[in-house]
Every structure is written in C-alpha cells, then in structure tokens.
Design a protein around this ligand. Sequence first.
Ligand SMILES: [Zn+2]
Length: 451
Amino acid sequence: MIKRACTTLLLLLLIPLAVEAQTVSVRGVRVWTAPDSTRLVFDVSGPVEHTLFLLKDPARLVIDIKDARLADNLSGFDLHNSLIKDMRSAERNDHDLRVVLDLTKAVRPQSFLLRPNAEYGHRLVIDLFQPGADTVAKTESAPTGAAGKPRPIIIAIDAGHGGEDPGAIGPDGIKEKNVTLAIARKLDALVSRTPGMQAVMTRSGDYYVSLGRRVQIAREHHADLFIAIHADACPGDSRARGASVYTLSARGASSEQARLLANRENSSDIIGGVNLDDKSDLLASVLLNLSLTGTIAASNEVAQQVLAQLRHVGPLHLGRVEEAGFRVLKDPNVPSILVETAYITNRREEHELVNPQHQMKLARAIFRGAVAYLRQNPPPGTLLAMQRNRRQQLALQQNRRQRHVISRGETLSAIARQYQVSVKALRSTNDIRGDDLYVGEVLTIPSSSES
Ligand SMILES: [Zn+2]
C-alpha cells in the first residue's frame, strides 16, 4: 500500500504495481532460546533482502527487511531467558519493514534465509550469539582427576532435532523432538548419579543445534561415548514398529531402510536451519570421514549391548545392529550409536513414547547397555578402568600363587629366596608367627608383586 500522495499520474500508475508485486509479508515469528544463543525465525511469504546493524548503549539489533510488511502484529513468542528483552517494528521508507530488538547484552548476530521444506515456507533466520560463548567450552581441558584420582567417564547424550526441526510427527501430533529430549533427560539423570560418570547434553531445551555442532560439543567435552536418541518414522506403514540401534558405516548403509533413515535424519540441518555460508560443518564432516574405522568396531559393541537391553523393553524392529551414514555419528575418536527408540508413526508406540514410565524404561535400557560396554572397555584413567585393573591384578595373583610342601631342614628364609619373595610376605600370607616349620606343611607362596 502507498501512503504518500503521488504527484503525477505516471507515479500513481506505476508505484502501486511495483510495490504490490514485490512486497513480502512477514507472517509470524518464532523465538528459540539456547543456553548461549537465541534464534529468531521470521516466516516470510517469499525470499527477502535484509540488512542488520548493531547499536550500542543500550544494545540493540536493527533488522531492515526490504519491501516487506507485517501481516499481523508480532506476538505469541516467548522471550524468557533469551538474549532479547523486547521487539518492536515500524514501517520504513514507506515500503520497508524495520524490526528493532532490545538486547540483554552485546551479541554477535548472523542471519540467513531458509527455503521452504515439508515443514515450513520461506524463513529469515537471525541467530544471536553471546560473544565468546563457544570459546569457553573449547578451552576446557581434558577432564583429569587430581593426582591418582580417576577422571569421570563422559557420555554425550544427543536429543535428536529441536527448535525449528520437529523431527517426525506421530498420527496424534506428538513431535519427535520432544520425545527425544524427554528420554535424553532421563538418561542424563541416570548417568549423572552414577559415581565416576558424567553426562553432557548436546541440547538441553527446545532449540536447534546443527549436526556438526553436536559432534563438536561431544569432542570439546572429551566424551568417551556418544548416544543419539531419535524416534523412527514410516509414514507409509502405520504398523511398522520396534526399536533399532544404528552405528555409522563408512562403506554404506546395511539396508535400504537404513539409507532412507540416514537421509531423513541428515536433512535435519535443512529443516532446523544452518547457515550454509558457514562451511565449517561441512568441512568437519568431510575431515571426520577420513579416520573412522577405529571406532566402528567399538561402536558396534556398544550398539549390541544397548540392543540386548532394549529387547526387554519392547519389540525390536529388526533385531540386529544396523549401519547407516549418519552425520551426527561422525566423530573419529568416540564410539557412537544412534538409537531409534520406537516408531512414532505407529499410534501405539507414539503413546508409549510420551509415557514417562516408558521413557524411563528406554533410558534405563540404553544406560545399562552403555555401562555393560564400558565395564568391558573402560576408558583409561577412569574409575571403571581402575576397578578393572584391580580385578585383573587380583586374578593374576590368584593364578600366580604356588604351593610349597615343606621338607626336612628347610627354613623360611631359604624358601623365600627360592621363590624370590620376602620372608615377611611369606609369613603374612601363611599367618606364620614363630620360626617353627613342620615337615609336610603346605605353604602358599605369594606372588612377587605382593611382597
Ligand atoms: Zn530423528
């Protein structure tokens, strides 16, 4: 619409046509709050041109959207805990839209457009990052206990999807992103209350984290194990059911289904939204691809253990570990699995997935499987590794112990010399107090490490 009075007939004729043809309407806005960033998503009716600039004292971000107008008042968003205090808009130059964000602090903004997909139409995404937020985690050193103390085992828990990306949606409208977060939180609680273990959540709320960033978070925290939690979908077959556990394959998917699934989970970045100008994600995934084989065997072991536990909770989809090319599992150093807990497209399983008791059963099964793996393969320097070393040493000592039958004329010191152990160890192992030995008595010879 033109509000300025036009002076010539030509203008009157031309301007309305030109403006009407180009005007994009901004239909709504969503705000997603992450611990160290805030994402603002404008739903727009078509591609838009926009500029951003920051103002200081007080901190503000100005977003100018060219040839755009608000279809409705901006409302229905939640700024709680976000980096935005307030949001207001105004018309500018008659045909542009200006949105001003009052910020809680100085931010580093980033913006990009997202094309329509199955879930949404055109979107303008504004990401606000707390400066230095991502460098804090990077400088964090490897978790080492104080001298002689074991370090904790770190388990990275990755709740699939989030924010703009709902994941699969069940027949009764249950969104995968909410189910995965609920199960991840329960798993987090189980891990966190286990001595010698710590959990790291790649996301702790309803916001999107790029697939590359998920891997990065795990690496920054020196995770020993990476567990991605999802719910499966088969829109064409409402009877498809059961849990599956996937590992990464460098060769290719183990089945057509695994390939389709990997495609779907990998497209999460397209739906959830990552800035395609930011090549680091892509580069990281390519680099990581190069050195995977070492952890594939370990990942398969974890997967087997988790699958064995899930068998007690409900049906398994195929009953064997599947392999597929998931981007989120591509860390060369960390054994990683992806658990499809159940089929959200199966109405019965959809209802189970939102049931807290069932969520707990799933979390416990994943936890037990992970612990079974970690007991057998304890990461060096951890409590489990120390306990295992102690067990092995004891077993070794038991095996090493020999028996000696005392003959006439033998002395403790001579026997000690013969077996290269100390007299003291010989005495304590056999509870000998005086110097008298009896012919035919059987002595247990301690191993040399005991003396
Ligand atoms: Zn998923």
